[in-house]
Design a binder for this molecule. Structure first.
Ligand SMILES: [Ca+2]
Ligand SMILES: [Ca+2]
Length: 395
């Protein structure tokens, strides 16, 4: 009996071990990327930047019809007339968007300390090592990303508008990531509140967040992903070109239209009223003419797949769906030394019809025929053919 019981127990142990083993395999199969929860970028000069993992997922992007109507009524009450949809905080109603690739996002807005460690100067109006950098253009933010990438070997960029809103909402579907109660914004972000000295009619005269200008980053409660100041402090540049309506066809991972008059900014700043600090709020600025404001800054993201060395990333790109989305910069600024730079622009992949068309060939043939027929002698034809290389310097 003892032997049978022992064997039974042994069999049971084997079965349990098998189950545990199976479960373990299933678990690793369902989770191809075993990602650390945080990423720290060493910016040099003893300064580092902390980013947190934002998991992939789906969310409803944009605002609800009701939110837009409330915003419209609020603006009308302030005396605004003839408002278009794009005046009312959001160019599109809520629609489902998928973020297929986990990414890391800066826990804080880029600070003046961060900026100075990388760029070597601090353009901000409201000085403070831990305050957000401001008075930077979109191009400055872009350049900062490239410099950090070069310094760390990790591809850093501005968030897409969709990544930004997804990260801001952190699973919430309300106007703000903490709910719908406007009076709670003063505990969750720095906006145009009672503390502000301006006499703007936009000002919330009932609540105080304690900051008249920018606040040191992380002064308020973080959202569900652990991100600070997604509402207010400074507006944040995104990588997308702005479109009045969202480009819905480009999903998952929308990146906005291919071109536009301005880039997207999100989240509102210390000088923005409540309405413009909502999760879905968006404005635009033209980087060719707009060089910055002390109400505008930015924060960084890193695609999870880009945290690996280039060799690992290339290997993973063969088989891992998440890693296949490899991001490239729209332009490169090469420092050649002695203050000389060379700018290169990205030529996107695509198809085209190479060579000349039948019509072009027929036209060229007709032209040759015309010259040949109008020539008085073979020498003249020869002279015509030799003339061009001689003039243009070609051989
Ligand atoms: Ca404030
Ligand atoms: Ca902000």
């Amino acid at each position: 009996m003892r032997t049978v019981r022992t064997l039974s127990l042994l069999a049971l142990v084997v079965v349990i071990a098998g189950v545990v083993s199976c479960k373990s395999n299933e678990s690793s199969a369902a989770k191809p990327l075993d990602l650390p929860k945080e990423l720290t970028l060493d910016l040099g000069s003893g300064v580092s930047m902390k980013l947190v993992l934002i998991p992939s997922g789906k969310f409803m992007m944009g605002s609800t019809k009701e939110e837009q109507e409330v915003a419209r009524r609020g603006l009308q009450a302030q005396g605004f007339r003839g408002l278009t949809d794009s005046d009312v905080i959001d160019g599109g109603l809520q629609h489902e968007v998928t973020i297929s690739t986990p990414f890391y996002m800066g826990v804080y807005e880029v600070t003046q300390e961060h900026y100075e460690a990388v760029i070597g100067k601090n353009p901000s109006d409201f000085k403070g090592a831990k305050n957000p950098v401001e008075m930077v253009s979109w191009d400055d933010a872009y350049r900062f990303c490239m410099q950090v990438s070069k310094k760390t070997g990790i591809k850093v960029r501005l968030p897409t508008e969709a990544q930004w809103e997804y990260a801001c909402r952190a699973g919430s579907e309300t106007k703000f990531n903490f709910g719908n109660t406007e009076g709670d914004l003063c505990k969750n972000g720095n906006y145009l509140d009672k503390s502000n000295t301006s006499d703007s009619f936009w000002k919330d005269k009932e609540h105080s967040d304690g900051f008249a200008k920018t606040a040191p980053v992380g002064s308020f409660t973080p959202n569900g992903f652990g991100l600070y100041d997604m509402h207010g402090n400074v507006w944040e540049y995104c990588s997308d070109w702005f479109a009045d309506s969202y480009v819905k066809a480009n999903n998952p991972d929308p990146v906005g239209p291919g071109s536009g008059k301005g880039r997207v900014l999100r989240g509102g700043g210390w000088e923005s009223p409540l309405l413009y600090c909502q999760s879905a709020s968006r404005i635009t600025s033209d980087p060719s003419t707009f060089k910055g404001s002390d109400n505008i800054g930015f924060r960084l993201v890193v695609l999870a797949a880009n945290t690996e060395s280039p060799r690992q990333s290339s290997a993973n790109a063969q088989g891992d769906k998440a890693a296949r989305i490899v991001e490239v910069y729209e332009k490169l600024d090469l420092d050649l030394g002695r203050g000389v730079n060379m700018e290169l622009v990205l030529i996107p992949a695509g198809k085209f019809t190479m060579g000349s068309s039948k019509a072009e060939q027929a036209k060229a043939g007709a032209e040759v025929k015309r010259i040949t027929e109008s020539a008085k002698s073979p020498e003249e034809i020869y002279a015509v053919r030799q003339e061009k290389p001689g003039q243009g310097g070609a051989t």
